[in-house]
Design a protein around this ligand. Structure first.
Ligand code: ATP
Ligand code: MG
Length: 196
């Protein structure tokens, strides 16, 4: 018997355009195939799990929970996503690496991706300079060269993180370029992945 995998995880650094591309892809799937896709945000799933258990009242309390409880909440959020994917195609909008003062925090540790069991790990990428522009929302700004270099390194690290998820789960890894002004093109590739 072949297993059915219904989850596509979409990652990429902040400001690369994940949410924009996801929303457009979901519209395309609805138009072209008449199918609904459930969009889940990992942080929201974690909050739902933790608030139901009475651990937190608002999202800001999540990161103040003891780390052992945070890890357990991550795992349960993964299980909740897996449960929801039994009856629908699901996209998970999340980050694989979160920049902290003490290096990158792993957004999708082994016990989380094992619970989710994704079909495909999508990594949205864009030109680092364009990302800097998208973040500031000002095309004419004089940019800090170091910041652009950091963006580039973060994107390279996200490739490694995406491959790690593929290695653990057997998910395919797909890089989608979100070119300036061409969201529809990137979305079309994501829609194909969803319908594959
Ligand atoms: P975060 O991780 O912080 O949630 P994100 O990856 O979801 O970020 P978005 O919020 O989708 O990023 O996009 C960031 C900004 O870039 C938005 O203003 C969006 O309109 C713009 N943007 C996204 N894709 C493109 C594109 N292809 N061309 C030009 N602008 C874009
Ligand atoms: Mg977003």
């Amino acid at each position: 018997m072949t297993e059915s995998r219904n989850v596509v995880i979409v990652t990429g650094i902040p400001g690369v355009g994940k949410t924009t591309v996801i929303n457009t892809a979901v519209e395309q799937v609805k138009e072209r195939h008449g199918e609904d896709v459930l969009i889940l945000t990992f942080g929201t799933e974690m909050f739902e799990v933790a608030s139901k258990a009475g651990h937190v009242k608002d999202r800001d309390e999540l990161r103040k929970m003891p780390t052992s409880l945070q890890r357990e909440t991550q795992r349960q959020a993964g299980a909740a996503i897996a449960e929801k994917s039994k009856s629908a195609k699901v996209i998970v909008d999340t980050h694989t690496l979160i920049q902290t003062n003490n290096g990158y925090l792993i957004g999708l540790p082994e016990w989380v991706v094992t619970a989710i069991n994704p079909k495909t790990m999508v990594l949205i990428e864009a030109d680092s300079e364009k990302i800097a522009n998208r973040r500031t929302g000002d095309e004419s700004r004089t940019r800090d060269a170091q910041a652009v270099t950091d963006i580039q390194i973060h994107q390279e690290m996200c490739r490694a993180a995406a491959v790690a998820v593929g290695t653990i789960t057997g998910a395919t890894v797909r890089i989608i370029k979100n070119r300036e002004g061409l969201v529809e093109e990137a979305a079309s590739e994501l829609a194909d992945t969803l319908m594959e």
